[in-house]
Design a binder for this molecule. Structure first.
Ligand SMILES: CCCCCCCCCCCCCC(=O)SCCNC(=O)CCNC(=O)[C@H](O)C(C)(C)COP(=O)(O)OP(=O)(O)OC[C@H]1O[C@@H](n2cnc3c(N)ncnc32)[C@H](O)[C@@H]1OP(=O)(O)O
Length: 198
């Protein structure tokens, strides 16, 4: 399969992507800051002002959709860890993901829920590539085999088995130096009654 290329909704390199990146940095720094209480309150006011301006500028869910090319995945949402797609042949995707300080669980390692969130996102993206029909996550089985570091890129592979009707079995691994840290098996199902939107 040839590469589908970027969608017009691609945010890479745009001021909106910069805004998302700055928001990620804010999330990381808010986590565990030692700032004193008085200044924390002042900064809360400034952040609230920024949020007000963004809200008043209007919301459009379409602009938050995922781009379809390789490179950093940035959906204008700052919850998921950023992952970078290096290779992709339509059924198999490889790249790196970096869990940020925001995704810290304990003892310097990534929160298990953040790993599940990432897995749903990357498998959802792969599923979207397999057919036009929009499949939903029916089941996600995440096996945590070793701790995933925070702040360092980790190699991932995600791939799809052959589709079985409306069902798609998808898999992903996170690994470090050839050691599997996490393995994921997901079932995505195209609903009998298609949903509107994305
Ligand atoms: C530019 C645009 C870019 C866009 C990119 C987007 C990237 C997005 C990235 C983010 C992505 C985030 C993605 C998200 O987070 S999606 C959000 C999280 N998921 C949901 O909200 C889904 C909620 N559930 C449902 O909608 C329905 O239950 C679904 C649709 C899943 C199935 O309801 P439906 O009524 O249609 O199904 P059916 O009853 O006819 O069954 C059909 C077949 O499936 C089998 N089955 C069903 N369920 C299960 C189960 N739990 N375990 C095992 N098997 C199950 C069933 O046995 C049967 O098999 P068979 O008997 O035929 O063999």
């Amino acid at each position: 399969m040839t590469h589908p290329g970027s969608s017009p909704l691609d945010e890479r390199g745009t001021p909106r992507a910069e805004l998302a990146q700055a928001t990620r940095a804010l999330q990381d720094e808010v986590r565990g800051t030692r700032i004193d209480g008085r200044r924390a309150r002042e900064l809360a006011g400034i952040v609230a002002e920024v949020a007000r301006e963004l809200r008043d500028s209007g919301a459009d869910d379409e602009v938050g959709r995922l781009h379809m090319g390789p490179g950093p995945v940035n959906r204008g949402q700052t919850l998921s860890p950023v992952y970078n797609v290096d290779t992709w042949d339509g059924r198999r995707m490889q790249g790196t993901v970096t869990f940020a300080r925001f995704h810290h669980g304990s003892v310097g390692t990534a929160h298990g829920g953040a790993i599940g969130l990432w897995a749903d996102d990357v498998l959802g993206r792969l599923s979207r590539e397999l057919s036009e029909g929009r499949a939903r996550t029916a089941c996600l089985h995440v096996q945590y085999r070793a701790s995933v570091p925070v702040g360092a890129p980790v190699w991932f592979t995600a791939w799809a088995d052959d589709a079985d009707g409306r069902k798609r079995e998808l898999h992903a691994t996170l690994e470090d130096d050839g050691t599997a840290l996490v393995t994921v098996d997901g079932l995505f199902v195209e609903p009998r009654i298609p949903l509107n939107g994305h």
